[in-house]
Design a protein around this ligand. Structure first.
Ligand code: PEP
Length: 260
């Protein structure tokens, strides 16, 4: 079988995404977009902002005006296209609000909303049906790493997340123990996981699709640690939480990718 490691190294267009989680207000969005747009220039990276749902409309407007190079994504969607699901949003509503991306299976949703692998897979399928590109988040918890289960967890989450065989998607490797903790995975740890995920993609989709697919790293990424992570062959960008709330730091992380 062709292994991803056997291929000539190919550099994919990096993907750098901001996960704002439940932060910021309408008044913050315009300034963020203005500074982002001024600093972006013509980045070699694809940039996506994931605001909370009430901020999608103002963010769409602000990005279109000041940072048209940046795309917009939702942080979650319901697997059904519409219906009596109070508090949820559909893929069509995200599209209508200007989104082209959506996060699926973020560990905070798995943890706080009991999202299991099957539900995450259904959300990925719903995203694709709505014309959205899912950014599928996978990652092991600290106790799973200590128990030597990391690769098994990644294999399981990836297989379930991609059960519908989406064609346009990206994967975020986000070790749960590194999210919001200030404890970043070392480049070696992250690369091992990314290379494993790419091998899994080769098995599922073949080498060409696996080569094209961006696998980004998330977990306490900062301008300081991004460069070393980006050196690794299979790290194609970042999903940034805390540091993305500071547009200067977010731009610095984009530059690490854009100049690579
Ligand atoms: C995240 O929430 O996806 C994330 C990576 O957060 P942080 O950068 O704050 O660890």
């Amino acid at each position: 079988m062709t292994r991803a490691g056997d291929r000539p190294s190919a550099r994919r267009v990096p993907l750098v995404a901001a996960n704002w989680k439940m932060h910021l207000l309408r008044r913050d969005v315009e300034d963020f977009a203005r500074v982002l747009g001024a600093g972006l220039g013509a980045p070699r990276a694809e940039v996506v902002i994931f605001p909370s749902h009430p901020l999608l409309a103002p963010a769409a407007q602000a990005l279109a005006a000041a940072a048209p190079g940046a795309a917009l994504g939702g942080q979650d969607l319901h697997p059904e296209p519409k219906g009596a699901f109070t508090g949820d949003v559909s893929g069509a509503q995200l599209r209508d609000a200007g989104c082209t991306w959506v996060l699926c299976g973020h560990s905070e949703r798995r943890r706080d909303h009991a999202e299991n692998d099957e539900l995450v897979g259904n959300k990925v399928a719903a995203a694709v049906r709505s014309g959205l590109a899912p950014l599928l988040c996978v990652g092991e918890r600290r106790e799973e790493r200590h128990a030597g289960e990391t690769l098994a967890v990644l294999e399981r989450q990836l297989a379930a997340g991609l059960a519908s065989r989406p064609q346009r998607f990206a994967v975020a490797y986000e070790p749960v123990w590194a999210i919001g903790t200030g404890e970043t995975a070392t480049p070696e740890i992250a690369q091992e996981a990314h290379a494993f995920l790419r091998e899994q993609l080769v098995g599922r989709y073949g080498i060409e699709t696996a080569e094209r697919t961006r696998i980004v790293y998330g977990g306490s990424v900062t301008p300081e640690n991004a460069a070393a992570l980006r050196e690794e062959a299979d790290i194609d960008g970042f999903l940034v939480g805390g540091a993305s709330l500071d547009v200067g730091k977010f731009l610095a992380i984009i530059r690490v990718c854009g100049s690579a």
